[in-house]
Design a protein around this ligand. Structure first.
Ligand SMILES: [Zn+2]
Length: 309
């Protein structure tokens, strides 16, 4: 069955959706081909994410219908639709559990609603955006072939997902709440409601609220202070990650990491000083801002049983 799916994937296209807290992107992704590298025949269609769930489904449906129609005329069979969501997915893998930036989406059967709105488009697969980023990096990116690894996105929030695989090749992907681990002595209230979360030091939205301006507009001195604190706290989080999950490599992506490549070497130095009895290599994510779209497409060639929501 999995082999059939993989064979089919080599010649089929997927409509991929990156549904984020502020922006939604829809693209056709062609998987496979001679190089094995996914390609995007045209730039993604982009629109502002509707906070109103019904309005979002209506607009998303139109875009997915249009993309699916184009695929069938131009690229051949459509393997399905993959959706990356900036929020936690319910254990059924088909509905939204928690989405702090999209409250109206919580509890909604997103997969069913997209299938009903886009008549004839199936299957529709859904996953957390960090898990999609991990799929892109572990299957075809900076973590290719790594049996024990993680993806970390430093962006509006601090999201993560891990992949663990037995020596026999049985592996699972699951998202974890790296940003909402509690650091000792941290009295800051997180947007999630908890006191003391790592994300109060690393999440773009929370940093913006603290400084009263987008962090990309901070002065050099302000950024230097923020950066040192971010590296210090995130290193603690990564030490915990290594010990709690036993992953051995992390690909780091997200807007903050993409705009500040100097973070990675600083994190490596801190990790070397702190981490004992475990190993954790840090690498830049290969797919950058497109990781959620590529990963959403790869959901269609990933067995359902390999993803734990
Ligand atoms: Zn939190």
């Amino acid at each position: 069955m999995a082999a059939d799916v993989a064979k089919q994937a080599r010649r089929a296209a997927v409509v991929a959706v990156d549904l984020g807290g502020t922006t939604t992107r829809v693209a056709t992704i062609l998987l496979g081909g001679e190089t094995g590298v996914p390609s995007m025949p045209s730039a993604p269609a982009t629109f502002a994410t509707e906070p109103d769930y019904a309005a979002q489904i209506a607009q998303l449906g139109e875009m997915v219908d249009a993309a699916a129609g184009l695929v069938r005329r131009r690229d051949g069979p459509l393997l399905g639709v993959g959706v990356s969501l900036g929020g936690r997915i319910a254990v059924d893998g088909a509905s939204v559990a928690v989405a702090p930036n999209l409250r109206d989406y919580e509890g909604r059967p997103l997969v069913q609603d997209v299938m009903e709105r886009c008549d004839g488009v199936a299957p529709v697969r859904l996953a957390h955006d960090a898990l999609c980023g991990l799929l892109a990096e572990q299957r075809l990116g900076a973590l290719a072939g790594m049996p024990r690894c993680a993806y970390l996105t430093l962006s509006t929030g601090t999201g993560s997902a891990i992949h663990l695989e037995s020596p026999a090749g049985v592996g699972v992907y699951t998202s974890i709440e790296l940003g909402h681990q509690i650091l000792d002595g941290n009295t800051r209230v997180c947007l999630c409601g908890q006191v003391g979360c790592l994300e109060t030091f690393t999440g773009g939205r929370q940093l913006e609220q603290r400084y009263g301006q987008p962090i990309e507009t901070l002065s050099a001195d302000q950024w230097a202070a923020l950066r040192d604190e971010l590296v210090e706290k995130l290193s603690l989080g990564l030490v915990n990650l290594a010990h709690l999950t036993r992953v051995e490599a992390v690909a780091i992506g997200g807007a903050i990491a993409l705009h500040h490549p100097e973070l990675l070497p600083a994190l490596r130095v801190n990790l070397r000083e702190r981490l004992c009895g475990a190993r954790l290599d840090l690498v830049p994510a290969r797919w950058g801002a497109d990781a959620p779209l590529i990963g959403a497409a790869l959901l269609l060639t990933t067995p359902m049983g390999a993803v734990i929501h």
